[in-house]
Design a binder for this molecule. Structure first.
Ligand SMILES: [Zn+2]
Length: 243
């Protein structure tokens, strides 16, 4: 869609009130982190959440009927990552396909999939995996956050573990700090700051690191303060300067 038309439409959506019927879903499923934010941040989460729900297509797979609860919970986890970024953070994403539970790809009967994010704008999630992530909020693992981190990563056109940073001047330190920690993980994947899966490539490293940043920030800050600092600057950097 042309950027101009999208912006006009988005402005209209942003002006619509947050549906009251969604509040119980926010409270029940997202309350653990949402309730810790100040009221101004909560408003921004609501803004990102509602625009996400109204802009993206949610499609049920394997007979699943998509409910408002699913839309609100998934969009809420997306908003958790994006509320300090612009509303355009997920512009590359057009649809979210939801399976009732973990699924398999044709021809790969032994590989169970929890979720995936594709370059062409589709994300696939298992509703079970989404709920599992929310039930264990401090274990450093969350499929939904992981997949949305991939979408933020690819916002600049490439899956390379570096999302669109706020300023050109930020890339140098980001790349130095990330390269260092990624190499450390390659040397000793079982005792890294993130789980071994992150050693596959830089994109997976950023995605699993995002899970840790949101679920175990204290540990990350203590064990890898520079890495924590880069993540904080990205995810919270625009807190005051823009909406
Ligand atoms: Zn991944």
């Amino acid at each position: 869609m042309f950027k101009f038309l999208r912006d006009v439409k988005r402005k209209r959506l942003a002006a619509k009130p947050f549906p009251r019927a969604w509040e119980p879903h926010v409270k029940e499923h997202l309350g653990r982190w949402f309730s810790k934010l100040d009221s101004e941040a909560q408003e921004r989460v609501r803004m990102h959440l509602k625009v996400f729900v109204w802009e993206k297509y949610f499609i049920g797979a394997a007979g699943l009927d998509v409910t408002d609860e699913m839309r609100v919970v998934i969009a809420g986890q997306a908003a958790r990552l994006s509320y300090n970024l612009g509303l355009d953070a997920y512009d590359r994403l057009t649809e979210v396909i939801i399976y009732p539970s973990d699924y398999k790809h044709p021809g790969k009967p032994h590989t169970v999939v929890f979720g995936e994010a594709h370059f062409w704008g589709t994300m696939v999630l298992s509703w079970n995996a989404v709920k599992r992530g929310l039930c264990s909020p401090y274990d450093g693992r969350d499929t939904t956050l992981h997949e949305f981190a991939h979408v933020l990563d690819v916002a600049d056109g490439v899956f390379d573990g570096t999302p669109r940073l706020h300023k050109p001047a930020h890339y140098r330190r980001w790349s130095r700090v990330f390269s260092y920690h990624y190499e450390q993980l390659l040397k000793d994947p079982e005792n890294g700051i993130v789980r071994e899966y992150g050693a596959q490539n830089a994109a997976e490293f950023f995605a699993v690191l995002t899970e840790v940043f949101f679920e175990q920030p204290g540990r990350l800050k203590k064990e890898a303060p520079q890495l924590f600092g880069e993540m904080e600057r990205f995810f919270q950097g625009q807190r005051k300067s823009s909406r």
